[in-house]
Design a binder for this molecule. Structure first.
Ligand code: SOE
Length: 380
């Protein structure tokens, strides 16, 4: 069995999720490797020591540059704010490490291109943390689409709603462009863009609007653009490369929604619905169902479905499970030498869609999204 040692850079919200995931992933299924949570890194050495002990890491460090060069590290996992992703990822890739990087891949398309190119050149596994797409119900939708059971993709509709706008926490790194980099379209819109592209294929063009709140309603657009304020809400329509239609909404001021990802799609043989707040439920309505049974049926995920951990349907899975499923795939990709998904190229394309939405919001009208280049030989 292969031994894989991990360095985690950043022990905040996602650092906690990843710490749980590395422990759970090999317990819940054979990943072909033994994983050592070797070192947790934080810019502040004292914070690193405290977090390492709490989150179950063998040691701690205040210096990521020294850690990514170490021979006893196989994987560098980046959970810092996005402004640091590029620099840490490039150093880790240059040192030949496998890299897991949180989303969004970077703050700009230019940075994301550099990271994608470096990952492909390095020939290592480089995966991005679009965790929700690993939900068994979303995987099941993809499986049925791949098998042709749902027919041709026609229309995709998604929203991602949270409460508590940036203005409520103006000191958070996430609230400032200099540190957070992307507003809500990039932060959580990236998740629903990734899910849409995972299920329906690449988005080809978008037309959108973005807004930021002020004391009373939306800030005038001229002020939002002049002050470079981060967007807190956005809506956009899209056309996929295969001709399917899409509509999307994100809002950080949606009282009561907590962390709600809702999507539905219509394909020629069936319609599907998913709600992260009921994440074990796959809802499907088949066009050719028996006349007296037409309508949505709800199927609860279990071990009959992709990635399912629990045989007893209805027992429930959560954020930690789904987060760990993505690391089962990451670790298996490293062990077996296959390509990881979603990789940095997919992360870049999502970034290009985000940028196109924000460009469209700034200038008005449709903006094309670049098509993806073929993956070069040797890239994983
Ligand atoms: C934002 O509030 C946030 O933490 C996102 O950054 C995560 O990607 C999302 O999963 C939960 O909400």
């Amino acid at each position: 069995v292969k031994q894989l040692s991990v360095a985690l850079v950043g022990g905040g919200f996602m650092g906690k999720a990843h710490s749980l995931a590395y422990s759970l992933a090999p317990i819940a299924g054979d990943v072909g490797a033994q994983v050592s949570k070797r070192v947790l890194v934080d810019a502040d050495a004292t914070t690193a020591r405290t977090l390492a002990s709490q989150l179950g890491w063998e040691s701690s460090s205040g210096d990521w540059r020294e850690v990514v060069e170490r021979d006893d590290i196989d994987i560098v996992d980046i959970c810092t704010p996005p402004q640091f992703h590029r620099e840490i990822a490039l150093a880790a890739l240059a040192a030949g490490k496998h890299v897991f990087c949180e989303k969004p891949l970077a703050n700009t398309v230019a940075e994301a291109v550099e990271m994608r190119d470096a990952a492909q050149r390095a020939g290592v596994v480089a995966q991005i943390g679009f965790n929700y797409r690993h939900s068994p119900a979303i995987e099941f939708a993809r499986l049925l689409l791949d098998r042709g059971q749902l027919g041709t993709p026609l229309q995709f509709r998604a929203s991602y709603l949270q409460e508590g706008g940036f203005n409520a926490n103006p000191n958070l790194w996430r609230a400032k462009r200099s540190t957070g980099g992307s507003g809500f379209v990039g932060d959580v819109g990236s998740h629903i863009i990734d899910t849409a592209e995972y299920l329906f294929g690449d988005i080809a063009r978008v037309c959108g609007l973005a807004r930021t709140s002020s004391e009373d309603g939306w800030m005038p657009e001229s002020e939002r653009l002049a002050t470079d304020a981060l967007d807190e809400a956005g809506v956009w329509i899209a056309e996929f490369a295969n001709g399917a239609l899409g509509s999307f909404a994100v809002n950080r001021l949606s009282s009561g929604h907590k962390n709600q990802i809702l999507f539905g799609f219509d394909a020629s043989k069936a319609a599907v619905e998913f709600d992260w707040n009921q994440r074990d439920e796959f809802r499907v309505s088949y066009v050719d169902g028996p006349a007296d049974h037409m309508g949505f049926q709800t199927i609860h995920m279990n071990t009959e479905h992709p990635n399912g951990w629990w045989r007893l349907a209805g027992i429930g899975s959560g954020y930690a499970e789904v987060s760990a499923i993505q690391f089962q795939k990451f670790l298996r990709a490293i062990v077996s030498g296959v390509r990881a998904e979603p990789d940095f190229d997919q992360g870049l394309h999502v970034q290009q869609v985000v940028e196109a939405v924000l460009d469209s919001a700034a200038v008005g009208g449709w903006v094309d999204v670049p098509s993806r280049l073929p993956v070069p030989a040797g890239a994983r």
